[in-house]
Ligand binder design. Structure first.
Ligand SMILES: Nc1ncnc2c1ncn2[C@@H]1O[C@H](COP(=O)(O)OP(=O)(O)OP(=O)(O)O)[C@@H](O)[C@H]1O
Length: 269
């Protein structure tokens, strides 16, 4: 076969274990994600969702296993990766304007000591327009609302023009209109063959938002098309006693009318 026609997965994780102070918080994770999907990662608090994306990006040491992005080791494809961290993990008092932050997204393309050029400013402004933040370009980031901070970080990620995006709870603290705007933007990105991986907490919106779903609770419970893996059994395995009213999600599954779904009896765990 012609090598140029081989389509590699966007992400492959093999036998990945991550530990803090020798205590594993992720065990033997094996998964593959195809290119161009909007992927949700769900699981209870402490399930290892943030740890998984940090480990995959090479930000944490692995106790075992390896990761490939587009069939390459992570160090060879860093420029193709973009990361939106949890909003509360960022120092928003750092003195920088909205435009400064979005231009930071261009630095990996500039190389060491190079200054942004007009083309970089144009990309940054275009990305700010896409997230509806063009009116705030000179505002200090400390003076933004939570939703505006989230949009700014999204614009910075867009400005990187990466191929795979990792986003840690991009909807945390944003209003319904902003959430809708962000999800629409993420969809246009996947239509352009970008792979977008989102840590997410709201189970009610899972079937509506994500093509592909990764269910995690220190071990991988399921990974696949949402229509196949978002089942009562997988939810129970993922959340156990932490999901108090499983019937609400069951109702949602029924409404979506997916195949292979049985009705969920009302059950308070
Ligand atoms: N730097 C660290 N040192 C020690 N333990 C850590 C560290 N970071 C995370 N952990 C632990 O690893 C486990 C997984 O944490 P992680 O933040 O990945 O979970 P999560 O699924 O993203 O949780 P949440 O939904 O609460 O954000 C937790 O038990 C957490 O306490």
């Amino acid at each position: 076969m012609d090598n140029e026609n081989i389509v590699y997965p966007a992400l492959e994780v093999h036998d990945l274990t991550v530990a803090f102070d020798r205590k594993p918080v992720l065990w033997n994770i094996d998964l593959t994600l195809p290119e161009g999907k909007l992927v949700g990662i769900v699981g209870p608090n402490g399930a290892g969702k943030s740890t998984l994306i940090k480990a995959v990006m090479g930000l944490l040491p692995l106790s075992s296993g390896y990761v490939k992005l587009f069939d390459q080791p992570i160090n060879d494809v860093r420029k193709r990766i973009s990361y939106v961290p949890q909003r509360e993990s960022v120092d928003w008092d750092f003195p920088a304007s909205v435009l400064d932050v979005v231009l930071m997204g261009r630095y990996s393309k500039l190389g060491l000591f190079k200054r942004p050029r007009k083309a970089d400013y144009d990309v940054a402004l275009d990305c700010l327009k896409k997230v509806g933040m063009e009116a705030y370009i000179n505002r200090q980031i400390s003076q933004l609302s939570g939703g505006q901070q989230q949009r700014t970080f999204l614009a910075r990620a867009l400005a990187q023009q990466a191929d795979i995006y990792f986003m840690d709870e991009p909807f945390a603290g944003v209003d319904a209109a902003t959430e809708k705007a962000i999800i629409n933007l993420l969809r246009t990105m996947t239509e352009a063959k970008k792979t977008v991986i989102v840590v997410h907490h709201d189970l009610q919106s899972v079937t509506q938002y994500f093509d592909w779903l990764l269910m995690l609770n220190t071990r991988l419970i399921a990974c696949g098309p949402t229509s196949t893996v978002f089942t009562q059994q997988n939810l129970q395995e993922t959340y156990g006693g932490k999901l108090t009213l499983l019937s609400d999600v069951g109702d949602l599954i029924r409404r979506e009318n997916f195949p292979n779904r049985e009705g969920v009896t009302r059950k308070v765990l």
